[in-house]
Each structure stands twice: as structure tokens, then as C-alpha cells.
Design a binder for this molecule. Sequence first.
Ligand SMILES: Cc1cc2nc3c(=O)[nH]c(=O)nc-3n(C[C@H](O)[C@H](O)[C@H](O)COP(=O)(O)O)c2cc1C
Length: 256
Amino acid sequence: MIHNKTIDLLLTRKSIRKYTDEKPSDEILETVVRAAAQAPFAAQMCSLLLSRREGKIPFGAPLLFTICVDAHKLEQVMARRDWETASNDLSLLLFGLQDAVLMSENLVIAGESLGMGSCFIGNAPYRAESIIKHYKLPSRVFPIVQLTMGFPAENPPPRPRYPLDFFLFENEYPRFDDDTVAKAMKEMDDGFLAQDYYREADYMVPLEDGREETFTFDNYSWTEHMGRKWGQWLKSSKEILEQLAACGFDLTGGKE
Ligand SMILES: Cc1cc2nc3c(=O)[nH]c(=O)nc-3n(C[C@H](O)[C@H](O)[C@H](O)COP(=O)(O)O)c2cc1C
């Protein structure tokens, strides 16, 4: 494998959940956001909301970005060209999401390159209404994810990832045999157990519907964690559709 500064930065990045009190300067802030804006885009259908409210940001970070899908801006520009959006909201959202997440990852990497760390926080879409109030968002702006950022006060190891044969499929998507899946699961679980990740976080996803706990921090690891999250949470789409509707996105049909 080839190593250079950029590759090594990518390979050693990890989420940071403890920050020093040091406040990033305005110059650092401007640098990371300008680098973020240079990400590839479909329609620049995204915006960054920034908060520097001391003591109010998760993990004690000095910066909190709320990354939004933003059709409002696009529609402002289109209106001045005498166009109205005809595209359906699901398509707008899919392209806007890509704009937003590409921008976010540029933000992460630019921050890393200046010695900062970061961590995404995923519940923004489910509390969109409170974010609308807080930032006075106009209709057609949907907060997709938040990102804490600042100078790290911890240095955890990079976290495990699936082996290459479980995510790179050349020419044809394979049909997985038990050995391939078992190997991928073992790599993830052994890796997280070796780092004592869940014991240090002191967190297992609670079992619902009266299911009995049989795991301890000696064997609870990433694949069980994923199973419990995605096997128990977010069963109904009602809540998220309501939040999207509050942001002015209607995913129930087209405009015809
Ligand atoms: C969309 C998204 C939402 C996330 N939400 C949270 C969160 O709410 N809390 C948290 O501590 N980490 C959150 N993370 C960070 C992941 O837990 C982390 O990226 C993952 O465990 C891999 O670890 P690494 O980033 O250190 O490689 C989120 C990451 C993404 C991409």
C-alpha cells in the first residue's frame, strides 16, 4: 500500500469525543469551511449552521456544525431565473444528501489536517423541529447530521473496518458464503473487543420486548450492537416523515 500525508490522515482518523478548551481561531474556521465547500456537488444543495455556544455542545467541543440539505437556496436562485422546482422532493433530498455529506467529510478531513478532531451526531433529522426554531430555518432546509469539532483531548486508535473482500466487489456483486460473512464479522468484533470499545463507552443497546440480556462487555461487540440498533429502532417512518414535512419536504408524492 502507498503511504503519503493524505492517505495516512485518512487511515488514522477516528471520532473524537473529548476536547481541550482551546478555541479554534476564526482563520482555522474559515479554512475548514472553505475546504468543505470545495467538495464535489450536484447542486450545492447544502448549508452549514455553526454554533460556538460554550458549554452547550456535546462532548464539550468548541464547535458544532449542523449540516443541512438546503433546497431553499437553490429555489431562491432558480426563482431569479424564473424557474420553479418541478423535481420531486425525494430526488431533491437524495442529491442534497450527497452534497451535504460530501461537504461534511471535507470538513472532517480539513479539520484533521489542522490538528482538530470531530465526531458526527446522528439525531438531527429526528429533532428537526427544534433545530428549525433554534436557527430560525426557512422551509426547505433539512438538518441531516451534526458534527462536533475541536482540538482532541483523547487519542483513541483508529476503529476497525470490514475486510476489503466485504466491500470491494469488482465487476460483479458476490453471493456471500458463511465463511466470508463470519470472517468479516470476526474482524469487526475482535477489533472492537481488543479496544474495549463498548466497555469504555459503558454502553450496550438495551434489549426491547422482554428479550433477556445474555451479553457482557467480554463478548458484546460491533455486530451485536448493529443488530440491536437496526433490529429494534426506527420501525415506523411516520416520525421522520413528520420532521421532513415540518421542513417543507413532502416525500409522499411528486408534483404532478
Ligand atoms: C451519520 C452518523 C451519525 C453518527 N452519530 C453518532 C452519535 O450520535 N454519537 C456518537 O458518539 N457517534 C456518532 N457517530 C460516529 C460513529 O459512531 C463513528 O464514526 C463510528 O463508530 C466509527 O468510528 P470512527 O469514526 O472512530 O472510525 C455517527 C457517525 C455518522 C456517520
